[in-house]
Design a binder for this molecule. Structure first.
Ligand code: GLU
Length: 380
């Protein structure tokens, strides 16, 4: 099967990359694979030097923590949660050691399903990740296993990584795995299996190729099916996904140079996908009116600030979709608002620094961030 030429590897054009590493790469039994982590840190440091922003989604807390619980693979949820609580600091310590020599701080970010699914919480998680990235840190994300119960749990970090990629508009999601991509059949059992290099539209046929989730060494929870489910989430957010082999020197550099992988390529860019989502999928729950200055600023691509606000209609909470209307009621835009209707009503026309005095806490500087709004042509 053909390999992607290095110039074609979407990694080379990516600005923001989410890299997911599974338990089998991070841990050998209940010990951290420090040499591999050190090599990955070098690889990531080099990618950052070439101007990329990297977010790491790392599994391995349960694997590393189980050493304290008799080393057996935990089966009951409470054992997994206890193992995760014990192992998460070990995971961060190993990663900190790996990145230390490159002078890159690592930032533990534990998320639950709700943080990526509910828009109110998602605005918070995204703001934190953006702040960490601009501070030059590497956010290291894992599921907050100790509080997540089965019903509210991802359980696998592949889909969590895809949700994170969607939330921060990443261009590429790299799923470092124990296999270099999707095969038409299980290559470990069937010599006739063929590697699939690129997918532009995921279908049921791909899912049936993926077979049953494989439990590598009994610790990871993913497998090819969850990787494809993750790729599907990323695809709809305009983010390309690579499924490739993690256990080789500098796996990201190798991928950029055209190493074998399955690339699932989206049709839209992250910007266009977000605009499609904003315009198509979000039912407005209220509206805000803004002055002529704000309308002009919005049309130039600015965020909506409280100072331009003249009125609030409806009863909505933070993270709701609202319409933005101009002075004579004309429709200007739609966006996801960072304040509830009650809060917004109290900060009408205020300068951003007066907001905290009135509300008693510091909210987001923008009422609606420019990335969360889409201009609408008024067709009246
Ligand atoms: N959050 C789990 C851990 O840190 C891993 C989930 C997964 O295997 O994807 O051990």
């Amino acid at each position: 099967m053909t390999r992607l030429a290095s110039s074609m590897s979407p990694l080379n054009d990516a600005r923001r990359i989410v890299v997911k590493i599974g338990s089998a790469l991070v841990a050998d039994g209940s010990r951290a694979r420090q040499a591999w982590l050190n090599d990955l840190a070098r690889d990531i440091a080099e990618l950052r030097d070439s101007g990329r922003e990297i977010i790491l989604v790392s599994s391995g807390a349960i694997a590393l923590g189980r050493g304290h619980l008799g080393d057996a693979v935990p089966k009951r949820l409470e054992d997994k949660q206890a193992a995760a609580a014990l192992g998460q600091p070990l995971l961060m310590a190993a990663l900190r050691r790996a990145f230390e020599g490159h002078n890159i701080p690592v930032a533990q970010t534990l998320l639950t399903l709700e943080d990526t699914e509910s828009r109110r919480r998602w605005l918070n998680a995204r703001a934190t990740l953006e702040t960490l990235l601009s501070a030059g840190a590497i956010p290291v994300i894992n599921e907050n296993d100790t509080v997540a119960t089965d019903e509210i749990r991802y359980g696998d970090n592949d889909r969590l990584a895809a949700r994170v990629a969607q939330m921060i508009s990443a261009d590429v999601l790299v799923l470092l795995s124990d296999i270099d991509g999707l095969y038409t059949r299980d290559p470990r059992k069937d010599a006739a299996a063929e590697h699939v290099a690129t997918i532009t539209e995921l279908t049921a046929a791909h899912v049936s190729m993926a077979g049953q989730p494989n439990q590598v060494a009994g610790i990871g929870s993913g497998g090819m099916i969850t990787k494809l489910a993750a790729a599907k989430i990323a695809w709809s957010a305009g983010c390309a996904t690579a499924i490739t082999l993690g256990d080789r020197p500098k796996p990201l550099t190798a991928l950029a140079m055209g190493a074998r992988a399955t690339w699932i390529l989206p049709r839209l860019t992250p910007d266009k996908a977000r605009q499609a989502w904003l315009s198509g999928h979000l039912a407005p729950e209220g509206s805000v009116c803004v002055d002529a200055g704000a309308v002009a600023a919005l049309k130039k691509g600015a965020s909506l600030l409280p100072v331009g606000l003249t009125g609030v209609n409806g009863d909505f909470s933070r993270g709701a979709a609202v319409l933005i209307k101009g002075t004579d009621g004309q429709l200007v835009a739609k966006g996801v608002i960072a304040y509830s209707s009650a809060e917004a009503a109290r900060i009408i026309g205020l300068q951003s620094d007066a907001v905290s005095t009135v509300l008693g806490y510091r909210g987001r500087p923008a009422l609606i961030h420019r990335d969360d709004l889409i201009l609408i042509a008024d067709e009246r």
